[in-house]
Ligand binder design. Sequence first.
Ligand SMILES: Cc1cc2nc3c(=O)[nH]c(=O)nc-3n(C[C@H](O)[C@H](O)[C@H](O)COP(=O)(O)OP(=O)(O)OC[C@H]3O[C@@H](n4cnc5c(N)ncnc54)[C@H](O)[C@@H]3O)c2cc1C
Length: 396
Amino acid sequence: MEFSIDDKTQTILGMIREFMQKEVYPLEPYFLGKKFSDMKGKLEEARQKVKRMELWAPQLPRELGGVGIGFMGYAICCEEIGRSPIGPYIFGSQAPDAGNIEILAKYATAEQRRLYLEPLVRGEIRSCFSMTEPEFAGSNPTEMAATAVKDGDDYVINGHKWYSSAADGARFAVVMAITNPEASPYLRASMIIVPTDSPGFQLLRNISVMGHAGDDYASHGEIMYHNVRVPQTNLLGTEGQGFVIAQERLGPGRIHHCMRYIGIAQRSFEMMCAYAAKREVGGGKTLSTKQIVQAWIAECRAEIHASRLMVLHAAWKIDTQGAYAAREEISLIKFYVANMMLRVIDHAIQVHGGLGVSDDTILSFFARSERGARIYDGADEVHKVVVAKRILKQYM
Ligand SMILES: Cc1cc2nc3c(=O)[nH]c(=O)nc-3n(C[C@H](O)[C@H](O)[C@H](O)COP(=O)(O)OP(=O)(O)OC[C@H]3O[C@@H](n4cnc5c(N)ncnc54)[C@H](O)[C@@H]3O)c2cc1C
């Protein structure tokens, strides 16, 4: 059992921490008060600084243009970067591009690498992932309706998707569509790269989520694909391989999300402690003298620590035994850590009182924007059912 962080990761972590403090947190008031597209200039400047410091894309190996600290190293750095909602974008590790990069790196042809993967890694273009459909349960995507039918050298795609995060301004979408309707449910769909300037690609709207539709990268698109024609060479992997590739994308992606959740929880926790220590509530006594607040602090501290250990253990298992072997651990962390984060944010808001629900701190943004964590990448209930079934098998 080894809990120490190696020297290289420690050095990079220190550089990231300093950069977050000097360059990233000061940009947050713009992010909270403006449209995303209005602050792209400032974000681009920060991205260039990250590149000059050779901290760009810490999730990727050096040969792909990343920092090269391995999966475990990145898991650790991801917590630090995830403390700010703009951190992942500034460091080039934002979802859904990071997931798309991962699958493109594994499955893209030479031409797909040149056209899509390489500019995506460099942060010159963005992408989205288009699987969920409003008419069907996203929890069971085998029932999707979108189709991709061969016609000459092309696929003709028809479908209605929503929650394609960051579709606004994306150069291309990775679309899941049925190509083999006669095959068994998990072999019916394929992933196809669709440039967003293809005729028939229509971004209907950015969905308003918790009162905010957002724009550009900070948005979730609803999209119609009306007879969208793309060459068959835009297929990713082989026909019918869509769910296999999706599964590969989700395992490591859940580690990234969960470490980001821990970053958010840790930051909210620090804010809660700092506020409790200074807020006087009568007789010169601060909130920190109240046992109920002390209990929240101890409980949150324990839950964050437990979550971190769980996620690092799951990351270690993926790293050493592969995502399939770690599927139970991955399900456990996905629902446990998402709920932990929301509980910590909620306690932090409660300690801040009216200030907590105002938009004067980042806490209200966290509460709004992170509620979806219990729904995407597998709703809590789905992960719980998966884990429980596996456990119960041993007793039946
Ligand atoms: C912020 C956010 C970002 C997203 N980004 C993307 C993206 O980039 N690309 C993309 O394709 N999709 C994306 N999604 C969509 C997401 O993947 C789906 O919302 C998710 O899969 C759930 O599907 P659904 O919304 O259709 O809910 P449903 O599948 O209809 O489920 C509704 C609820 O039913 C319960 N439930 C479902 N199945 C079971 C079960 N077996 N047992 C017990 N209870 C169950 C759960 O509580 C669930 O929340 C995003 C969603 C959100 C909220």
